[in-house]
Design a protein around this ligand. Structure first.
Ligand code: ATP
Length: 288
C-alpha cells in the first residue's frame, strides 16, 4: 500500500512547467525526492500538503485527497518545510503552545526529550535561532505528535555533519516503528544514498525515474575510458559525458547494454545518486 500517490501532477509558474508527474510513496519505507535547484521538489511537496492547488492531477495522501478539508489525516503527518513557517518573534516554547493543541496525539514528554537531545533552549526566540536550530526545532515538533507519515523538504540543508548523522539514525529508528513512512526531499543526495529505499528524481519539472534505489544503482553505471574511445557510439549511449585531459567519464542508463557494446575496453563503476543527478542534468543541457 502507498502512503502517498501522485498521479499526473502538473503545475506552471511563469517560465516553469511541471508536467504529468506520477510516483508512489510506499508505506513503511523512506522515499527520497531528488533533483537540482528549481527542479520542482518543493512544488510537489506543497501540492501533497494541500498548500498549493495543482493545474492538473490527483494526489492521495493516506487514502484522502490532498487538500481535503474534511477528515483529520493531517494529524498523521509530520511536516518539515524548507521555509520558516513559525512566528519569528515568539520563543520556541510559546510557538509550541500554539501548535501542540492542534494534535490529538501530542506527546509533551517526547517533545521535551527531543528539545533536550537537540540541545534547544526553549526560551530562545525563533528569530534568534540559527538555521540549524530552526530545523531541529521543526523536527522536534513534527515528531512529537506521533505522525505515521513524515514529509521533509530539504531537512539536512542547514545541518552540520554531526547532527545530520544523528538525524539519519533518528529516521532509521522512526521507520522501524510500525508502518511509518518518510518522504524526504534533498539536492544533497549523500544522505539519501545512505537511507532511502526508493528514489524519485525530478529534473526541470519532468520525472526522470521513480524506483527502488538499489535497482537504480544497479541499472546505471559510470563508464570510464581513454579519449580515443570517445566516438559517436559511446556518446549516443551516454546520458552525460565529462571529458578530462586523458579520457572521459560518463553515465550509462543501462549497464548490461554498455557491457555488451564496450566489453572490457572501458571501466564500469557503481554510481552514486549524485553522479546520476549530475550527468542527467548536465547531459540534458548539453544536448538541449
Ligand atoms: N509561488 C511561485 N511563484 C512563481 N514561481 C514559483 C513559485 N513557486 C515556485 N516557483 C518556481 O517553480 C520552480 C520550481 O521551484 P521549487 O521550489 O519547487 O524547486 P525545488 O526543486 O524545491 O528547488 P530548491 O532545491 O532550490 O529548493 C522554480 O523555477 C521556481 O522559481
Amino acid at each position: 500500500m502507498n502512503a502517498v500517490e501522485v498521479k499526473g501532477l502538473s503545475k506552471s509558474y511563469g517560465g516553469y512547467a511541471m508536467n504529468d508527474i506520477s510516483f508512489p510513496v510506499p508505506r513503511g519505507y523512506i522515499t527520497g525526492l531528488i533533483g537540482p535547484n528549481g527542479a520542482g521538489k518543493s512544488t510537489i511537496i506543497k501540492a501533497i500538503m494541500g498548500m498549493i492547488v495543482p493545474d492538473g492531477g490527483v494526489i492521495t495522501v493516506l487514502g484522502q485527497n490532498a487538500g481535503a478539508t474534511e477528515g483529520n489525516y493531517k494529524q498523521e503527518i509530520g511536516y518539515i518545510s524548507d521555509e520558516n513557517i513559525f512566528y519569528e518573534y515568539l520563543s520556541m516554547e510559546q510557538m509550541k503552545r500554539i501548535i501542540a493543541p492542534f494534535y490529538a496525539r501530542w506527546d509533551e514528554d517526547l517533545y521535551l526529550k527531543y528539545m533536550d537531545l537537540f540541545e534547544l533552549p526553549s526560551r530562545k526566540k525563533i528569530k534568534d535561532c540559527s538555521k540549524g536550530m530552526k530545523t531541529k526545532y521543526a523536527i522536534a515538533l513534527a515528531l512529537s505528535h506521533h505522525p505515521s507519515l513524515l514529509i521533509m523538504d530539504e531537512p539536512t540543508a542547514g545541518l552540520d555533519p554531526v547532527f545530520r548523522r544523528e538525524l539519519l539514525d533518528l529516521l532509521a529508528d522512526y521507520i522501524l516503528e510500525e508502518e511509518n513512512t518518510i518522504l524526504f526531499s534533498s539536492h544533497l543526495t549523500t544522505d539519501l544514498d545512505r537511507v532511502a529505499d526508493y528514489v524519485t528524481f525530478i529534473d526541470r519539472g519532468r520525472l526522470v525515474f521513480s524506483d527502488n534505489k538499489d535497482e537504480i544503482l544497479e541499472r546505471y553505471s559510470i563508464v570510464k575510458g581513454a579519449k580515443e574511445l570517445l566516438d559517436g557510439d559511446i556518446r549516443k549511449e551516454m546520458i552525460g559525458i565529462r571529458e578530462t585531459e586523458v579520457g572521459f567519464e560518463g553515465l550509462s542508463g543501462n549497464r548490461d547494454k554498455a557491457v555488451k557494446l564496450f566489453g572490457d575496453k572501458v571501466l564500469y563503476q557503481r554510481p552514486t545518486l549524485e553522479d546520476i543527478m549530475y550527468f542527467t542534468s548536465k547531459g540534458g543541457k548539453q544536448h538541449a
